[in-house]
Write a protein that binds this ligand. Structure first.
Ligand code: BGC
Ligand code: BGC
Length: 604
């Protein structure tokens, strides 16, 4: 400890104010060169969703980070403090071509298996190391209380205890494997009014603490090295400027000794005057600033505040001490350059063993909501008609934060197996509907059909749905300040409204007398009363990722359905999705059928 303090003190003595501010600055890779890193002594870099070097191979990532690293430590005149590089590897190392893509957290919440989460975290860590990086902005510890929220799928669910348990195991396994974790978003992101991303969470301290703060305790105890502050407000005050939440609660009361990092430009929303915004957040206790693009402006603003005496040098020193201490404890000062480290996990990147973990996760995450006419399990000899827009679409299976920020559509650049391909491999007489509509359904030719329906990918605020607000969001229009790059889409929790083709597909096939197994791909529960009614069996598959075989194995009875709802499922009285609405949900937390038809799980 004493040695550590002496080490930190000797660094601080050597650093200019400008270099200290540089350590507090995190920049997006597209907006910085190795020369900038050296000249400004930058503390960290990141890749935003979909941002990748060169051909996006593991090797390209190693080479990129190696150049930045050398500029930080080895070049003549460099400060010599090693730099951190962070990514959002939120369901595997999902920005990188060929990485293993795991189910999104909502499915892992349904599986509710801490060992499985640990295996996924380890595999993800090995793939991160294989690309020469060391920091993951995960896990998300949001307690998703309202499925209108576009980030619901990044959450383990609405049960704080489940989030706490799975989050802890993720952190332990990730860090044991050698990658720094970052629990996010501190705090209350899943509790906003109407599930609005970056919105307002209004709760008294007791309720706020039990639901949103408590899930962080085990991860903090387990020694998570970094915490990312949330865009949302708590009782009218933005977290990014919240002295009580950051300094008094997290640092002082809970004893967190690592780095408190901002979210993407999270500071600029604190005040119209940028200098005032920076001052407010630094004085609230933020240590490192994710200022992806306009980082020079940030550095100038913070320097100005210090020179004017509005931010104390001791606050700056406290932040820098935390940054250096975390780098030291993680072992960054002793770490070889990325090009030398990559050997660590090179052959594990996208390997079969990781794919097997992903497939296991897919199987355990599926929740069976209905099974009549013994529609499930399917049998290998059956003539199965496979239909629906999500039957043969890896991008849709994987959801947002996959190769690009908002996710992909189609099978283009993703490696993996679609649900159709998985079924075909196990049931050779299966047939894919030519235009996916199921129009060819014929009881003389088909014993049963599988209709793969549901959402298309989205991320963050673009996935928000405002209750009662069934507007069409046009391409190029703004949602929560974000420009919609997606096709125009309707906002409604009701699937029959946003994707009427899905209900039509089920009804078309069922009307011909072929029983339909509906399989829903979605980042959250949707109002599907009519689809449930029309189908003989119904499976919630969440966003399973690239291992379609996992889904097929479960449908064909190679395992039982053991997933349970990690959050309540609303019925057509949409209000059921709302906290304190008083409506009974259609299915409660813990609901899920097994193949034998028995209900499993506990009712909460
Ligand atoms: C998200 C964070 C993410 C960051 C960097 C933000 O918009 O809220 O979860 O870590 O971007 O991509
Ligand atoms: C980035 C994301 C980030 C978002 C914030 C996007 O351009 O790719 O990583 O979370 O901006 O607005």
């Amino acid at each position: 400890m004493q040695q550590e303090e002496a080490f930190l003190a000797s660094w601080l003595e050597r650093m200019t104010l400008r270099q200290k501010i540089g350590q507090m600055t995190m920049v997006e890779r597209l907006h910085v060169t190795p020369a900038d890193v050296k000249e400004n002594a930058l503390g960290a870099l990141l890749s935003g969703g979909g941002s990748h070097p060169g051909d996006n191979s593991a090797q390209a990532w190693v080479e990129m980070n190696d150049r930045f690293w050398q500029a930080a430590v080895a070049d003549e005149d460099s400060l010599g403090v090693p730099i951190l590089f962070g990514v959002d590897a939120v369901h595997g190392h999902n920005n990188v071509q060929g990485a293993t893509i795991f189910p999104h957290n909502i499915g892992l919440g349904a599986a509710d298996d801490a060992q499985l989460v640990a295996d996924i975290a380890r595999a993800t860590a090995r793939e991160i190391l294989a690309t020469g990086l060391e920091w993951n902005f995960a896990p998300v510890l949001a307690v998703a209380e309202n499925c209108h929220w576009g980030r619901t799928y990044e959450s383990f669910g609405s049960d704080p205890q489940r989030v706490a348990k799975l989050g802890r195991r993720y952190v332990e396994a990730l860090q044991e494997e050698g990658v720094m974790g970052c629990v996010k978003h501190w705090v209350g992101d899943g509790g906003t009014k109407h599930g609005m991303d970056q919105g307002e969470t209004t709760l008294d301290w007791r309720a706020f603490e039990t639901t949103h703060v408590a899930p962080y305790y085990p991860a903090l105890e387990a020694g998570v090295l970094t915490v990312m502050v949330s865009f949302n407000s708590w009782n009218g005050e933005k977290c990014h400027g919240h002295r009580f939440l950051i300094t008094e609660l997290l640092k002082e009361r809970l004893g967190f000794a690592g780095i408190v990092v901002s979210d993407w430009d999270g500071v600029k929303y604190l005040d119209e005057d940028y200098g005032a915004a920076v001052r407010k957040s630094v004085n609230a206790g933020l240590d490192m600033f994710m200022v992806p693009e306009r980082w020079r402006e940030f550095m100038d603003a913070l320097e100005g505040q210090v020179r004017q005496g509005r931010v104390s040098v001791s606050r700056i020193d406290e932040a820098v001490r935390r940054i250096l201490r975390t780098k030291l404890r993680y072992g960054l000062f002793d770490s070889p350059r990325p090009a030398r480290r990559a050997g660590v996990g090179a052959d594990s990147f996208g390997c079969q063993a990781h794919g097997d973990i992903a497939r296991r996760a897919v199987k355990k995450s599926l929740v069976l909501l209905k099974n009549e006419q013994s529609a499930l399990p399917l049998a290998p000899h059956q003539r199965i008609l496979v239909a629906g827009k999500n039957a043969h679409n890896l991008g849709h299976q994987c959801g947002g934060w996959t190769l690009s920020w908002q996710g992909e559509s189609g099978n283009g650049s993703l490696d993996g197996t679609t649900i159709w391909e998985g079924i075909r491999a196990l049931a050779p007489r299966a047939e894919l509907s030519a235009d996916l509509s199921g129009a060819e359904a014929d009881p003389k030719r088909h014993d049963v059909a599988v209709a793969v329906i549901g959402e298309k990918p989205y991320a963050e605020g673009l996935g928000d749905i405002r209750p009662g607000d069934e507007v069409l969001v046009e391409t190029g229009s703004r949602v929560n300040g974000l420009l919609n790059p997606l096709e125009p889409y309707a906002k409604s929790l009701k699937l029959a409204q946003t994707h009427p083709e899905d209900l039509a597909c089920i009804r078309r096939i069922a009307a011909k007398g072929v029983p339909v197994v509906a399989l829903l791909i979605s980042g959250r529960p949707l109002v599907v009363d009519e689809e449930l009614e029309a189908a003989a069996a119904f499976v919630a598959a969440w966003l399973p990722g690239a291992q379609g075989q996992g889904v097929a194995e479960a449908l064909l009875g190679k395992c039982d359905f053991t997933g349970r709802l990690p959050l309540p499922w609303p019925g057509s009285g949409v209000g059921a999705a709302e906290r304190a609405s008083g409506h009974e949900p259609l299915f409660p937390v813990g609901y899920g059928l097994s193949l034998a038809g028995a209900k499993i799980g506990s009712q909460k």
